[in-house]
Design a protein. Structure first.
Length: 282
């Protein structure tokens, strides 16, 4: 891909798949960003959405990553989304990450810094050297990671309120801190269990006051949220997230053509939900 492309060129799933190589025998994902230009946050989100989908398809959470960054560029307009989404993906899935840059400048830098304090042991000038470095790493995939649950079902389900006369499902996530995937899966399992018992879909009103999602939990949270909303929600309005959480939500939704429907207060959120209902009836 060259810099002459328009911002959306090369960001279809098929074209992105050609840059994502999953090598199961070495538990490695090889990302070839050679010549790729991220011109907007849409580009960054499209790339990481596809990468997360490919990882989900494998059924495995933990991978080594080798990323070829030769002649790739991230424009200022894309930098925030690119770095933030990258941090979340690697926190959730990476056992170790190394980079390849085949430029002559990088080759000279590697040779110059070898054996000194400036040596970057995660940077290589060719694929084979990077692969050899990964083969020397110890896999942690088979070492079962047991997260300590932070929430109990009996306590959490008190936060769920169904209002049949209004067709509304109130979800109180205020103060919840999703520290890891165990927290995410526990809470979403309990919510989905409660919804299934009603035998119907609902309009969701979600309180995000003081709610936090740690980097290592974001991928699992995003996947479970999307799954639950597709299956059970007629519409969703969120209110009172902190600035950081709101930013993450908007980043992940903008490339999907979905409105986040975030409001500052509960009253404003209920008003917006009424607008969604009216539009649905039309």
């Amino acid at each position: 891909m060259t810099s002459s492309n328009s911002p959306s060129d090369g960001f279809t799933p098929d074209q992105l798949d050609a840059r994502i190589r999953i090598v199961e025998p070495t538990e490695t994902i090889e990302l070839d960003l050679t010549g790729l230009v991220f011109k907007s946050s849409d580009d960054a989100n499209a790339f990481y959405d596809r990468l997360e989908a490919r990882i989900a398809d494998t059924g495995e959470d933990r991978w080594f990553f080798i990323t070829n960054v030769s002649d790739y560029r991230v424009w200022q307009e894309a930098w925030f989304a690119y770095t933030r989404r990258g941090k979340e993906t690697h926190a959730a899935h990476s056992m170790a990450t190394v980079h390849v840059d085949t430029s002559e400048v990088t080759a000279r830098r590697i040779a110059r810094d070898a054996g000194t304090e400036a040596e970057d042991k995660t940077l290589f000038s060719d694929w084979e050297s990077a692969r050899a470095a990964i083969r020397a790493r110890k896999s942690t995939r088979r070492e079962r990671i047991v997260h300590t649950p932070n929430y109990r079902k009996a306590t959490f389900t008190r936060r769920l309120t169904f209002r049949p006369s209004e067709g509304r499902f109130d979800i109180d996530l205020s103060g919840i801190d999703f520290a890891h995937s165990r927290d995410v899966n526990d809470i979403f399992n309990w919510m989905e269990e409660a919804i299934r018992a009603t035998g119907r879909k609902w309009w969701f009103l979600i309180n995000y006051t003081g709610m936090r999602i740690q980097s290592g939990a974001w991928v699992a949270y995003d996947q479970r949220k999307a799954q639950m909303e597709r299956q059970y929600a007629l519409g969703v309005v969120r209110y009172a997230p902190d600035a950081e959480t709101e930013t993450d939500i908007r980043l992940r939704m903008e490339s999907r053509g979905t409105r986040p429907n975030i409001r500052n207060t509960r009253d404003a959120a209920i008003e917006r939900l009424g607008e969604l209902k009216a539009a649905h009836q039309d």
